[in-house]
Design a binder for this molecule. Sequence first.
Ligand code: HEC
Length: 489
Amino acid sequence: METTTPTNEASSAQPERKRGRLFAWFDRRAGLRALLHESLDEPIPGGARFAYVFGSGLLFIFLSQVITGVFLALYYVPSADHAHTTVAYITKEVLAGSFLRSIHAYGSSAMIVVLLLHLAQTFLYGSYKGRRELLWISGCTLFALIIGMAFTGYLLPWDMKAYFATAVGTNIASEIPLVGDWLKRMMRGGAEMGTLALSRFYVAHVFLIPAAIFALVAAHVYLFRRAGAAGPISEDPINPKQNPERFYPRQVLMDLGFSLLLIAALGFLSYFVPMELGPKADPADTQFLPRPEWYYIPVFQWLKYWPGGRAIIGILVIPLIVIALFIGLPFIDRRLERRPWKRPVAGGAFALVFLSLVALGALSYRDDHGDPGLVKQLAKQREETEQFMRAPFEPELMGASPAAAPADPLVTEGKALFEAQSCSACHGEGGEGTAAGSKLIGVGAKMSPEQLAGLLRNPTDKMKDGGMTPLTIKDEEIRAIVAYLNSLK
Ligand code: HEC
């Protein structure tokens, strides 16, 4: 007994001391302690709250988008010829492909929702006040980048709605005076939408915009940490007076809880209502009615009210004013008052924008459901999408010329065996025949595959006289040679 107790103690103390030493080793080299302190001990005036979880939620969805996006990129080919087939392959054939694609596609909607919640929270709490102008502007830029991600990602599946919605989107840009046409050509890589457009959207979606997002997230978090958490609406945004609570553990747990909720909701939706893919884009279709994603619908509806000569007011003047007011908010609203009920202008503007968006959405719904012609066409499109989803995956039909036809692997193997078994010594390269052996081109038309296989196992006397020996290779190999002989036409 007395000898075992110390050993037990030693074995339980050992890993702990080791862990401490490992930590110390890293700490000395990487400054772990300072890093943890920096990231976890941030004081939050007034304490942790659920209202503050949206920023972390956005970061979390962004990471989920990066990870699922990398998996999608393993299969995706950004060309007008192949994009749709590769997305169909992901959706119908790849293990969990449809689930991953759905997480990514619904993730973009979740991103917009949480972005709007984050925006509403910072706006209503007046968290942009007190020397937080740069923080606000970096947030506005991130907003624009995320909208850009949604826009560029939407085209990539290259189905009917992706194609026509993006055609409409790029056409709207061309209405901007002076630079509009140039902008449209820039986005499309020409006058028409084809592989060049797809390639530009792809590069923007996977390289350019994500790189900018990474940089701006870093700037946003840095500026946030520098300014400090603004705390509740009763707090002074410059010199906080309320009792602070550290970021870890309670706020971290709340943020994690929200992220778990998000991923659970995305997983649930993706599993039970997988994202659909419509039929391949057919630019010649003149009937198709493109409908944008839900978050673009208010904008889409808005543009309907500005036809012809007035278009410039609707698509340029008013949006520019709104954007300028939005970005300039912390410069315009300089009071330190944060309680929403003491900020009637800000509160009123918020309510006005919110109600206008909802009203525009409702008007768009009414437009689409009031006209029987539209209802019929939209129902037809719905049906075509469902039909496409039910159909099994169809690999691409290659060009009609036999030269472009993909080599059947069995034929390729047969050709190799034909040479390895020195059939070509007597029958010539490609079976065109020599003095020592007959021409084999077209032999498949004379005999069935079974007969051919039988001949190779047991050549006729005439063949034996000519020097041909019975083949003693595996059945699969015989089958490959027969497939090759059949391909000789
Ligand atoms: C030493 C020369 C020689 C070699 C090697 C040889 N063959 Fe032959 N093969 C012949 C001769 C000779 C005939 C009989 C031609 C005739 O009927 O006019 C023949 C006949 C055939 C026929 C029947 C053609 C017909 O139209 O009836 C097939 C099929 C065939 N060979 C396939 C092969 C394959 C496959 C190999 C390789 C595993 C092979 N041969 C190797 C000499 C050869």
